[in-house]
Design a protein around this ligand. Structure first.
Ligand code: GUN
Length: 291
């Protein structure tokens, strides 16, 4: 069997087109332009790329982008003061603080200082609690993108056996909550899980979010399963020349594609969905704000 490829680029382009449409209507009918503020502390190259892409795509759909790049030694109090100003700014509907933050800053304190109504990442404790208790919440962008692709592929997720490998606050835990909300039977596996291969082989839906290159081989996958690979890992690629690298997922694509029913590639699978969902969350925040 060769799996169907789930194309995140096409999916994300479709979401962006719908967001752009919505933004145009908000401007025309209500004189409102959704605004997204992205805050980066430090010079982590990968984070700088993400932040640049977020800004570019925000503008492309007609929204306003506010970018705040602060030096790595910015005191926590200064960052909290910036969050206060963004919370109070009427033109800012969404606030995202790029993670990870430098060690001297308490990330939980910063996240929980964001107005929950502007928390387009869905990381504020109130949004986490709302999602866990089935209330209307801002939902974290990467798992939201994964859920959209799963629903599109499978229709109803009700009763499906879903295994999420990884228990991070950004992906694993909210992914499990979303699958549960859709009535899947959910297992969260992690580094201490016993007989991980057997647990994975029981999954109709396998979501890999561990951040370890190609750790899940085809032999761990149930034939016909839908596999969502959240991992984006940069590894050496000597075949491309000295010092060259390439991106690989948490799933060993070459062997998995022979067993799975459908699979997201890396790159071009989950990755593009994250920013598309961030833009969608910003429009949602703007609409809620305007009543
Ligand atoms: N760092 C890696 N992924 C994310 C994300 O989804 N949101 C934020 N704020 N930081 C991240």
């Amino acid at each position: 069997m060769t799996a169907i490829l789930i194309d995140g680029k096409i999916f994300a382009a479709d979401i962006r087109a719908r967001v752009a449409d919505h933004v145009a209507r908000l401007k025309q009918d209500h004189g409102l332009t959704p605004g997204l503020a992205v805050v980066l502390v430090g010079e982590d190259p990968a984070s700088q790329v993400y932040v640049r892409n977020k800004g570019k795509q925000t503008k492309e759909v007609g929204m306003t982008s506010f970018e705040h790049c602060l030096p790595a030694d910015t005191p926590e109090a200064e960052l909290l003061a910036l969050i206060d100003r963004l919370n109070a700014a009427p033109a800012v509907h969404g606030i995202l603080v790029q993670l990870p933050l430098p060690d001297h800053i308490d990330a939980d304190k910063v996240i929980n200082a964001i107005d929950p109504a502007k928390d387009v990442d869905g990381f504020h404790i109130l949004n986490v609690g709302r999602l866990a208790t089935g209330q209307k919440a801002m939902v974290p962008c990467t798992p939201l993108g994964c859920l959209m692709m799963l629903r599109d592929r499978l229709g109803s997720l009700s009763g499906k056996r879903a295994v999420v490998v990884g228990r991070s606050n950004i992906v694993g835990k909210p992914m499990a909550q979303l699958l549960l909300r859709d009535s899947a039977t959910v297992t969260v596996a992690h580094s201490r899980t016993q007989d991980l291969p057997a647990v994975c082989r029981g999954a109709d839906i396998l979501v890999a979010a561990v951040g370890r290159p190609a750790m899940i081989p085809g032999g761990w996958i149930k034939p016909g399963a839908t596999v969502i690979d959240v991992g984006i890992n940069r590894v050496p690629a000597p075949e491309k020349g000295e010092g060259k690298t390439r991106l690989v997922g948490d799933v060993d694509f070459e062997t998995a594609v022979e067993v799975a029913g459908a699979i997201t590639p890396v790159p071009g699978g989950v990755g593009p969905m994250t920013i598309a969902c961030l833009l969608a969350n910003t429009v949602t925040a703007c609409c809620r704000d305007s009543g």
